[in-house]
Ligand binder design. Structure first.
Ligand SMILES: [Zn+2]
Length: 75
C-alpha cells in the first residue's frame, strides 16, 4: 500500500500577540510562522478587522487556518 503524502490542513487558534512574537508554529513540521510568511486575512461580514488568516506552510505545504482570539483575559 503506497499512501501518497499530500498537503494537509490544520486549524489553529492564536492571539495576534502570539503571531507578533512568532509563537505560532506549523503543527506538522513545527516551523514557526513569521512575518515573512504571506498571511491572507479573511474578514467576515460585520467584522471591523479580520479574525481569520490562512497561509501555506513554506516547508511542508500544509494549509494553515489561524483563527485570532482575544488576548488572555485579564483579572
Ligand atoms: Zn509545516
Amino acid at each position: 500500500m503506497g499512501r501518497k503524502k499530500r498537503p494537509g490542513f490544520a486549524d489553529l487558534q492564536a492571539t495576534r500577540a502570539a503571531l507578533a512574537r512568532g509563537e505560532i508554529r506549523c503543527p506538522e513540521c513545527n516551523r514557526p510562522v513569521t512575518g515573512e510568511d504571506t498571511l491572507k486575512f479573511v474578514s467576515a461580514l460585520g467584522e471591523s478587522e479580520p479574525s481569520l488568516a490562512t497561509l501555506t506552510c513554506a516547508r511542508c505545504r500544509t494549509m494553515l487556518s489561524i483563527r485570532f482570539v482575544a488576548g488572555e483575559p485579564t483579572g
